[in-house]
Design a protein around this ligand. Sequence first.
Ligand SMILES: [Fe+2]
Length: 489
Amino acid sequence: MSVILPAASTSSPLGSSTPTPTPARGRWRGFLSGAREIDDAALQVQGRLPDWLRGGLLLNGPALWDLPRGSYRHWFDGLAMLHRIEFAPEAAPRYRSRFARSQDYLESIAAGAPAYSAFDTRDPETLLQRLRHFGKPRSTDNPAVVMSRVGAQWIATTESPHLLAFDPLSLASEGRLEFDDGLGIQIMGAHGITDAEGNYWNVGITLGPKCIYKLFRLRPGGHRRELVGSVRVAKAGYTHAFAMTPGHALIWETALRAQPLGFLFTGRSYIENFRWDPAHGSVLHAVSLADGSVRSWDIPPMLAFHPVQAYQDGADLVAELCCFDDAGIIDALQLTRLRAGEPLGQMPRLRRYRLRQGHGEALVEDFGGGLDLPQVHPERFGRARAGICWGSGLDAAGASRFFDRTLRLDLERREQRSWQRPDAIQLEPLFVPRPGGTEEDDGVLLVPTLADADDTTRIGVVDAHSMECLALVQAPQVIPFGFHAAWAG
Ligand SMILES: [Fe+2]
């Protein structure tokens, strides 16, 4: 177990502690602890930013994996840091960063060691301590994965039911949203969906002898998560996200299935409470937003984190998902492997599932391998069919060690374009539409990258149609690799 030296800074949460140096080099430095809280830094730009680009790029992700008396094991485990890069016409972009002050963060920093069970790090509590909250286990609120909105309120989330509010300008944490609805969910997708009215939708899971997926809606300013529909299954699948059409929520039951007793009674890490179970296949469930009724279709066993989109096509429902054929991706993202630059060895495949009335199995269409962390135009997602998607890419033939390119895929013509920096890791491209634009790819992609030769992170500003790089924005530090971004216009 390595312990990493945070960069010297008065803003380091660990003060003057002296862990040992790091083995990671080059682009793999994005998996290291050491990011600092920076109040306000002007950024240099190579190239030319679009005149219309005005607003805040928000980045979220794990940033601190190594504490003086203990470390996390997995990329997904680290304590969350929020970053904002402010774009304004005729001015240099400016940068700010803050750790999310979750309860987990506060207790872990105070203890100098992980205080909660994490995605792949075990609960530090003893059996006796856990028995004190028997049947109602503590769960982390470290919100290192997604940023969403409930109305105008920004929130950050992980795969627990906690929603941590934050200010998108100062990045200050504003406490957890609390509910008095008795919904009784223990785990939740990280990716909620905010509709045009500002309602926040998500899927929680109640664990038990039978598991129940619960689709809920949280209205702006509300304190009750309204149950819209539920799906009862033997063992719920690992659920990172879901998809919506204007009339339905689509929940994919992955073949990585929960072992409910483990969640409730053991100190295992989050992911140790799931087992790969291909024998029972996978299932796509469609929940009607109108009346909560459920229809289900069998699909081959799969694991998917992210949807490209879902839409209604005539009488059919269609879901396009980035899929893995087994659960190997989970172990492939352990920190020791990533810091050593080991090849990922896993290939996401884009699949289109067509759900036809009167059929029990979905039609499956394979688009090939190499794309995850997908994006479509934000006004299409969940509302209308998109014809273009973007994502982080891998060489389809397996030559990439990690996500190393940015892809644009025409979903109808199946044409692909890409943008690639040499010897770099390239993360989720956030699509920012040009105000007044009418084409769905009229805008730019903002892409966090780190190349072997970079001293700090570069944000690529890429024309979303041509995939030409317009500018590189130089961050004042290596921004640890995160997962998802958001645009605060
Ligand atoms: Fe995600």
